[in-house]
Design a protein around this ligand. Structure first.
Ligand code: BG6
Length: 483
């Protein structure tokens, strides 16, 4: 194993994230022999379950996901459950005693609960001195719902855990292709000289999902696409694309550079939100061949929510490298396909030597596909083979991770959970990053609120409201369609 035995405590242990992502991620690390003997995973929630009841839930989830019975059972011997309420005293003594049995272990407290509980849980951990020694706390997004509430949480958590013990997770940073951006940008001599406003026409980031909001309505309706995806995941992707070369991969060297990008984002507020942002909300339509209800119907009869399930926006990074280069960002639920990609579109050649009969010259595009089928494509102009005159074609140099390496990608959480255990915060957000991201996102939310307008409707299974297409097309550009 790469790490010493550890204790990992999941608050919100019966929740969706724990069962769908965290425990499967730990199970996969277990299969690879990276959960050393003696390590313990403890699920915490209010439900009155015992160890066996909890294990049965996880067993079911892991078997359904294709886990082999004997391996699942072996993994489950390291899993326990405690019923606790952060706002009640009961059970905390016993819990502290359980954790205290292994004083030398690294302890990770993963707060996979609503952010309203972060402070109460941290205060309890502090009361029992569980914040000392090799203890770390992981905060799931969203951290607050605006700058003020994020600061409140960060201040309160900061009274118990030092910043160096605090891991603010953004699982997009654990995705293989995102980390590959570092290798691609800074491990090749090819790109960096061109990586600036002199050579790049614009950048697009799309995170499209086919899923609707489903049973997460209660959370989602208070968040919306900007808080749920843009403030964190998409801005983090943008930082990885746009940051200056860090001097090393040390956590602060990387995070310092990301922070500078966040602080250079062109503000969007009441004066320009209508010009630079498009909000949408899905209506009934189709997803993967099935007819599906609209967002308001999912919320329940009579619902009048103005929460956006789609957002497209145009921003710029106001610094020397990027001045004048638009960054178009979009994300939404119930779009036609599940695809996440970053597209870097280079400028046209300065002069064409080809006849009109050769066909149009197109711009080079570098497409970094995060999911599904992770890969990198570089679109080039070449001559169509054959004697029939010089005709130009646009073709990709195409690298698929699955084909090139023959392995399926580990889930983002696998990497990140072990990074916490190892004590490597490079791929986690520092407090000032979260604040800078809210500082930029807050005025957009305020502008939308002040406008009093409803988001534009779009039919489930389409690429959002037509205004999102107009947002980019009025600049003479189009959203990437070559997959
Ligand atoms: C989560 C959001 O952070 O990311 C969800 O809360 C979203 O709404 C999810 O569906 C997308 O993650 P992934 O890894 O499936 O792209």
């Amino acid at each position: 194993p790469l790490v010493d035995a550890f204790d990992l405590v999941i608050f919100g242990g019966t929740g969706d994230l724990a069962l769908r992502k965290l425990l499967p991620a730990l199970f996969h690390r277990f299969l690879d022999g990276q959960i050393p003997a003696g390590s313990r995973v403890v699920g915490i929630a209010r439900e009155g379950l015992d160890d066996d009841g909890y294990r049965a839930n996880i067993r079911k989830a892991l078997l359904e996901a294709g886990g082999a019975k004997d391996k699942v059972d072996a993994f489950l011997t390291q899993v326990a459950y405690r019923s606790l309420d952060a706002r009640k005293d009961e059970g905390w003594d016993a819990f502290a005693a359980l954790i205290g049995e292994q004083p030398d272990h690294v302890r990770v407290f993963y707060l996979s609960t609503s952010p309203e509980l972060f402070v109460d849980i941290c205060n309890r951990l502090g009361e029992y001195d569980l914040n000392r020694g090799k203890s770390r706390v992981v905060l799931e997004k969203p951290i607050g719902r605006d700058l003020a509430s994020a600061n409140q949480i960060n201040d309160a958590v900061g009274r118990i855990f030092d910043e160096s013990q605090t891991y603010r997770i953004d699982h997009y940073l654990g995705k293989e292709t995102v980390q590959n951006l570092l290798a691609l940008r800074f491990g090749n001599a090819l790109f960096e000289p061109l990586w600036n406003a002199g050579h790049i026409d614009h950048v697009q980031i799309t995170v499209a999902e086919t899923l609707g909001v489903g049973t997460r309505g209660a959370y989602y309706d208070r968040a919306g696409a900007l808080r749920d995806m843009v403030q964190n995941h998409i801005l983090q992707l943008l930082c990885m694309v746009a940051m200056e070369p860090p001097s090393s991969l040390s956590p602060d060297a990387v995070r310092d550079e990301k922070l500078k990008v966040l602080r250079s984002l062109r503000p969007i507020d009441e004066s320009n939100a209508a010009q630079y942002t498009v909000r949408g909300q899905y209506r009934a339509g189709a997803a993967e061949g099935q007819s599906v209800p609209g967002y308001l119907e999912e919320l329940g009869p009579g619902s009048k929510s103005h929460t956006e399930t789609f957002v497209a926006l145009k921003t710029e990074i106001e610094n020397w490298r990027w001045a004048g280069v638009p960054f178009y960002l979009r994300t939404g639920k119930r779009l036609p396909e599940r695809v996440s990609e970053i597209v870097v579109v280079f400028k046209s050649v300065p002069h064409s030597i080809f006849d009109a009969s050769a066909g149009p010259l197109t711009q080079n595009r570098l497409v970094l596909r995060l999911q599904p089928d992770e890969g990198v494509k570089l679109w080039l102009t070449i001559k169509h083979p054959g004697p029939g005159g010089l005709r130009l074609r646009h073709v990709p140099l195409d690298m698929s991770f699955a084909e090139a390496f023959g392995v399926s990608q580990p889930d983002a959480y696998e990497r990140l959970l072990l990074d916490v255990v190892r004590g490597n915060p490079t791929l986690f957000m520092r407090r000032d990053e979260v604040e800078a991201a809210w500082r930029w996102a807050g005025p957009i939310l305020d502008a939308w609120g002040a406008s009093g307008e409803a988001p534009r409707p779009y039919t489930a299974g389409t690429w959002g409201p037509s205004a999102a297409v107009a947002l980019i097309e009025r600049d003479g550009r189009t959203w990437n369609e070559d997959s």
